[in-house]
Design a protein around this ligand. Structure first.
Ligand code: C2E
Ligand code: CA
Ligand code: CA
Length: 533
């Protein structure tokens, strides 16, 4: 701006000079100025005025050339500044990596404008988030991660050539596209098609990479009036898609808003519970099926909220995992449980559950070891339970963690065995010492011979591998007898006892007839009452 002003003032100066020059010229003609001047020079030859005049003329000429050159330079400078300005303007609304417009650009858009640009009355807003991007980034490095983002940007742009494709940040993208071009009529099929495109494997620095993608879809005018509302609706749908697993798409629905609000409230409550340490360990005995002796106890997290409500762990633990609080929770629980268990008979094992997401933490083994050191609880009395599903998904990370634990003397149990459709051999490289047969199978063991044969096979194979078996969810004497007859050594379930708080577990150790415990008596009374109805 300033430069253009400078330029125009230069023009004005030139004009003024030209006018003055013309004026002087006209005046000189009128008055025969040169002749008068010449006569004056001739008359005063001693002053050397003519030489001075020649010098002045030459200096004027030099000055003119100097001015022209400076003018040219400033023109070039101006050009450079304009280019830099244009680049800065571009950068402020684009992502330099993928060259896609960014969030700031999005905030400058209007639905009306988009309708015009895309030539349609219905717009589809696709919020896209890559699944497992962080892990790939760790695997192939930052440059590799950048490459993957570039490829994703290209895939989106070529899938919808007329769309506005925006990188919202990280591994999040937004596509605004004519709803017909997206394929709204075919609904989920169109979304799946997009996911398939994004998930196509590719090779980056010689590593074959397979990324996943989740998509949340909002439609204008159905799901919102302005960009803000539509983006929010697509985000809410994306959140639902993410929670239903990898490579999923979801169309926005109004009820999702309520669910999100409920979820946010639950997250806030779990945060408070974690801060106030109001989630406590309860203990469910593990019993020797032959002698009825308690050989161990599993830590089960219990949360009694301030309003008196009890929330089950399968609700709050996944929330704690999602809000990143599960490591802190686990440390609190393990530390309290180890301290409690120091007061138990010395041959009783403490079983502790590890949430699936914690397996990706390679330091997990060290963290557990640290709690053991702090509390003075012997590693040999601790058994850590991993679910079969988590081990299958995270085999590599799990190997590190398990090796750390095993070398520290901790035992490993395979939880919910039979639900992950693995076979024991597949997992036998991981050095676990116990399998816990899921309660579904315990239930089936009393049904028919085929089901019994399945459970029998599991127990036989485990026994041959030298692995201890625990039957989970034993609720009746019939189930207990069935698993005992099939060769299972240990059992756990309401038949023996529910999980009890720390001050009650002591009574259970004293009571050798575990089938006569107060908790069990209460259940039996309740059961009898139900049957009597
Ligand atoms: P799980 O590890 O399979 O734990 C056994 C679950 O079965 C417990 O439910 C227990 O109360 C229940 N159960 C025990 N005996 C019987 C029975 O005879 N019949 C029936 N129907 N159920 C029985 P709970 O305490 O609700 O825990 C559910 C899941 O939450 C656990 O499954 C475990 O995966 C997770 N969990 C519980 N506490 C913790 C914890 O401290 N840390 C982690 N990471 N996960 C935990
Ligand atoms: Ca368990
Ligand atoms: Ca289990």
């Amino acid at each position: 701006m300033k430069f253009s002003k400078y330029l125009s003032s230069a023009h004005i100066d030139a004009l003024v000079l030209a006018i003055v020059g013309l004026g002087v010229w006209a005046f000189a003609i009128e008055n025969d100025a040169y002749e008068a001047f010449h006569d004056f020079l001739m008359a005063n030859e001693d002053y050397e005025l003519d030489e001075i005049l020649v010098a002045l003329v030459l200096m004027g000429l030099g000055g003119f050339i100097f001015g022209m050159r400076r003018l040219k330079e400033s023109k070039q400078e101006l050009l450079l500044r304009r280019e830099a300005q244009a680049r800065a303007d571009w950068l402020s609304i684009h992502d330099p990596l993928t060259a896609l417009p960014n969030r700031r650009y999005l905030s400058s858009l209007k639905v009306q404008g988009l309708k015009g640009t895309l030539g349609t009355s219905h717009l589809a807003f696709l919020a896209i988030d890559l699944d497992g991007f962080k892990r790939i980034n760790d695997l192939i490095g930052h440059a590799g991660g950048d490459e993957l983002l570039k490829v994703t940007a290209e895939r989106l742009s070529s899938q919808y050539p007329n769309a506005v494709v925006i990188r919202l940040g990280g591994d999040e993208f937004l596509v605004i596209v004519d709803a017909e071009e997206f394929g709204r009529a075919s609904g989920m099929a169109a979304a799946k098609n997009l996911i398939t495109t994004l998930c196509e494997p590719l090779t980056i620095s010689d590593v074959q990479v397979e990324v996943g993608a989740s998509v949340g879809i909002a439609i204008f005018p159905d799901n919102g009036e302005d960009i803000g509302e539509l983006l929010h609706a697509a985000d809410v749908a994306l959140y639902f898609a993410k929670r239903s697993g990898r490579n999923t798409a979801a169309f926005f629905e109004l009820s999702m808003h309520q669910d999100v609000a409920k979820r946010a409230e639950l997250e806030a409550r779990v945060r408070t519970a974690l801060q106030e340490k109001s989630i406590a360990p309860y203990y469910q005995p593990i019993v020797d099926l032959k002698s009825n002796k308690i050989v161990g106890a599993e830590v089960l997290a219990r949360w009694s909220a301030r309003d008196g409500s009890m929330l089950p762990p399968d609700v709050f633990i996944p929330v704690a995992e999602e809000i990143g609080g599960v490591v802190a929770l686990s440390e609190q629980l393990l530390s309290k449980a180890a301290t409690d268990a120091l007061g138990w008979p010395e041959d009783v094992i403490l079983s502790f559950n590890i949430a699936p997401t914690m397996l990706s933490d390679r330091l997990l083994g060290k963290r557990i070891q640290r709690v053991l050191n702090e509390t003075g609880f012997p590693a040999s009395r601790l058994e850590v339970e991993f679910t079969e599903g988590a081990l299958l998904r995270e085999t590599e990370a799990a190997t590190t963690v398990i090796n750390d634990l095993v070398s520290g003397g901790v035992r490993i149990a395979l939880d919910d065995f039979g639900t992950g459709y693995s076979n024991i051999l597949q997992l036998s490289e991981l050095s676990f010492s116990t399998i816990k047969i899921d309660r579904k199978f315990v239930d089936r063991a009393v049904r028919d011979e085929t089901q019994q044969a399945i459970v029998q096979t599991m127990i036989d194979l485990a026994t041959r591998l030298g692995v201890t078996t625990i039957a989970e969810g034993v609720e009746t004497a019939e189930q207990r007898d069935a698993v005992l007859n099939l060769g299972c050594e240990f059992g756990q379930g309401y038949y023996f006892s529910r999980a009890v708080p720390s001050h009650k577990i002591g009574q259970l150790f004293e009571n050798t007839d575990t089938t006569l415990q107060p908790e069990l008596a209460a259940i039996k009374v309740a059961e009898a009452a139900r049957q009597a109805k």
